[in-house]
Design a protein around this ligand. Sequence first.
Ligand code: F6P
Length: 360
Amino acid sequence: MKRLGILTGGGDAPGLNAVIRAAVKTAIYEYGCEVVGIRDGYDGFLNEGGLVPLGIETVRGILPRGGTILGAANRGNPYARKVIRDGREMVIDVSDEIIKAIKRLDLDALLVLGGDGTLHSAHELYLKGAPIIGVPKTIDNDIGGTEATFGFDTAVTTATEAIDKLHTTAEAHHRVMVLELMGRNAGFITLHAGISGGADVILIPEIPFKFEAVLAKVRQRVDRGYLFSIIAVSEGATPREGHQVFSRAGDEVYVPRLGGIGQVVGEYIEQQGFETRVTVLGHVQRGGTPTPFDRLLATRYGAAAVRLAAEGKFDRMVSLQSGRITDISLEEAIAVPKRVDIHEDAVITARGMSISFGDE
Ligand code: F6P
């Protein structure tokens, strides 16, 4: 292996820089290999100035930094790229151009750090001849075939801190506090932060909820002498009689943007006579310095991905299984998105402690 490429696709997640640093150091120190960074996801193959040499000096000091030194692009699907041609906006497939660029650059391997969408395109590009290895990134933790994606632990930490802060003010004012959290169609962030922060109600996409059940929990707490409640609601949570709430419709390039269910829940509770406030934590969950868990996981992933590249094991994704780093086929990783198993012990534990999921 002489030349290795690295790109970060999709939305950012804390730990991207830790992966880049580990991959660059391993590639240079262990394999004496040259490393090229591709800026702004796959766009870097097409844009002027889209490539950057990555040396030991480039990655110095980036381990604790959030974001990505390479830039990210969540509109970077090679099969649906928005361009202006003859003054008109159109969506085109640029996958062949990307394959040509990879060949022109003489890349022996390309590490693609991405979530669901980016890894899908990575597998497609492999089928067209690109020597790709995937690294699972997302705060949502919704990628199949791995116990953890890097970025998730940091997002849960941030969300838990938010619940802790809401607790004190909720108690002081005898209010209901609703906190809307990210995660798309997976409830991992809300479940883990909800339990860790001591929420009274946890609403996740995997368990459709009834408004009356949420209200019943708030009332029960008042009957038990607790005049405040904390409701953690995932942006993808779905009312049993209703639908998910979106803040923006999707199109050929962007997926629909979830958002607004917290407000809907908050307004309902307020109408029933309980003073309520709604907080949407939003992109705060994606920022900041990665936790030690994420730094370690990202570092192990980055180094393992380079080892796979050196062995020529393409179309694979590094993954965490039973605490060990291993790898699975990209096809398997993208086949079924991971969701909260509603029979898992975290859910059972929460139920046993009288935390409501709004379903009974
Ligand atoms: O997939 C990560 C994520 O942060 C989701 O939790 C959220 O729904 C989405 O990305 C937000 O995307 P954007 O950065 O495009 O607003």
